[in-house]
Design a protein around this ligand. Structure first.
Ligand SMILES: O=C[C@H](O)COP(=O)(O)O
Length: 255
């Protein structure tokens, strides 16, 4: 069992992942209480990659204080992507590659499986990415991605939004649908990474529905998600997460 798998162990409180673009942001995220750091350039889209040089510098700066994941862009762009070199960076445990634009590509699953093996050979787990706004992203449907992730023995399913301006994951799914989807992921033995314009107020329901990792960028920033990380915003999310997983809260929801 890898260190990341141990960290994800069921029955513990969810991890707080914060996506950062550079070294100063990652210190603000950690000082605010992030216990998972994700590398992402928000100016480059939903899963915009940072440069390989930046990724290497950030791994060094983190110095094993938290687990690390990295966004690699979209599978449809992968062949010509400069983010290919990020796979060679040691210290990144999980990578995320979106499926936008592949809804009518018959071979999308085979393409993903090839990439999955490639990532695995480089010592990385590939998270299966479900876009909550899959129609807008022209991505495969959530159920199809989940079925593939189960068949592939994936360890992580990331639920995120592709269009950061139009909706959040909480609003894209109908009431109860998201909870059921997360429960299906968890029952299949995979870890759920819940993201997609989540706000501070979403933390209790994200926790209650069983997310293993609550992942934010926009809610951790000063205003827009392309602005800087604000440690006070991260701290507020951390406190909400701690409150949602406190003994009192557990008693309340068990009754
Ligand atoms: O991995 C998580 C994402 O960076 C979430 O970004 P967001 O909160 O701006 O949707």
């Amino acid at each position: 069992m890898s260190r990341l798998d141990e960290i994800i162990g069921r029955g513990r409180r969810p991890r707080l992942l914060v996506s950062v673009r550079d070294e100063s942001e990652l210190e603000d995220a950690i000082s605010g209480g992030a216990d998972w750091i994700d590398f992402k350039e928000p100016d480059e889209g939903a899963l915009g990659p940072v440069s390989v040089e930046m990724a290497s510098r950030m791994v060094e700066a983190i110095n094993e204080r938290t687990p690390i994941s990295a966004a690699l862009g979209e599978l449809v762009d992968w062949q010509n992507s400069p983010s290919q070199r990020i796979l060679t960076v040691q210290g990144i445990g999980v990578v995320k590659l979106g499926l936008a634009g592949l809804a009518s590509e018959r071979n999308w699953e085979a393409m993903w499986l090839d990439f999955n093996q490639h990532a695995f050979d480089q010592g990385k787990q590939l998270a299966a990415v479900v876009y909550a706004d899959w129609q807008r992203a022209v991505a495969p449907q959530p159920d199809a991605v989940l079925a593939m992730a189960i068949r592939a023995g994936a360890k992580y399913v990331l639920i995120d939004t592709w269009d950061k301006k139009s909706c959040s994951t909480m609003s894209c799914f109908s009431p109860g649908e998201l909870e059921q989807f997360v429960s299906q992921i968890n029952r299949s033995g995979m870890a759920t990474v819940l993201a997609g314009s989540l706000q501070l107020a979403d933390v209790p329901s994200a926790t209650e529905m069983g997310a293993d990792i609550i992942a934010v960028r926009g809610a951790a920033c000063e205003g827009l998600r392309t602005n800087k990380i604000n440690p006070d915003s991260v701290r507020a999310i951390r406190e909400a997460l701690d409150l949602a997983t406190s003994a009192d809260f557990t008693v309340t929801i068990d009754q």
